[in-house]
Design a protein around this ligand. Sequence first.
Ligand code: LMR
Length: 396
Amino acid sequence: MFEKIERVPGDAILGLIEAYNQDANPQKVDLGVGVYRDPNGHTPIMRAVKQAEARLLESEQTKSYIGSHGDPRYGKAILPLVLGAGSPVLAANRASATQSPGGTGALRLAADFIRTQLPGKSVWLSNPTWPNHIGIFEGAEIPIQRYPYVDGDNRLDFDGMLAALKQIPHGDVVLLHACCHNPSGFDLNQDQWRQVLAVVQERELLPLVDFAYQGFGDGLDVDAFGARLLAENLDEMLITSSCSKNFGLYRERTGCLIVIARTAEQMENVRSQMAIVARENYSTPPSHGAAIVVDILESEELTQLWKSELTEMCDRINTLRRDLVDSLKPYGLDQRFAHVAEQRGMFSYTGLSTAQVKRLRDEFSIYMVGSGRANVAGFTSENLPYVAKAIAAVVD
Ligand code: LMR
């Protein structure tokens, strides 16, 4: 039976990890997968996480299953972080969180919920978007449509985006990146979010907000502006939240799907469906990462430590953005790459072509995604001059 099965190329982003590891060049630079790196190029475990883990090791009493919604304390801790502690949606009991294996697991929950409970709806994805969005929704057999997001000159195409949103059939699902757009790094400003809200209301769209990078743009609350604006002005929406980046819990697969419904009762109805979707996918979510998050967010001291570490990471990335532009000055390329300093989050759509990205990899052992997406956190003061020189060598 298996003789008919074809080999396929691996995932373009995850494949870079292996290619980079196999490269013997001591000057190699990894600007691929979206993980934070410190000035030594390491992806550290946050101190708050280490301390919470040490406490858990002592206090954990069982490894028995948790329910399909995960640890209720996790939902309680995450909802105010995402929606704001004073959110009227929380006060009205209109929101619920279903813990999931990372943000990806939450997206899959959303996709399966849409397929089973909202059949016939298409999902509208930004162009470009995180490539796995396409895989996840295709896998759930949901029709995919696209709206413009970045134009041919590598700028945010807000006019194009808005015009396209205005044409979406009533009731379809629109996936919006809350902040730190992956892959482009171009975010909406507050006025643009208000305009998106107006169109979503007018077209009665269901927003699915992917919130994977809270705290990596301009801070935990500023980054939540769009998600909270929609939550406070719409009856219904879905949010996928991830602790992979902001708690550095990548491999612990910690995230959740947040459902907001018109009434508390409707929320409970939807929530009951989420438990079925989770059960049929993976039964119950992994516990360890969520237990760490709960321990941190329930402790004032650990919360302070975690927030200061997160701010440090965010500030470092924003400094590196400016440093790259400065490093390109001697080559007369600072204006051409000025957008890198304006973008937000881990990624920059550099504007480098696929052919230029290939040359960077083949000739300089600099690894980034073929679309020209660079993980800004991969820069260090040591490798920036090398990277700038290499970029200057491959651009026209
Ligand atoms: C990325 O885009 O690099 C991250 O979200 C990691 C992943 O799973 O692709």
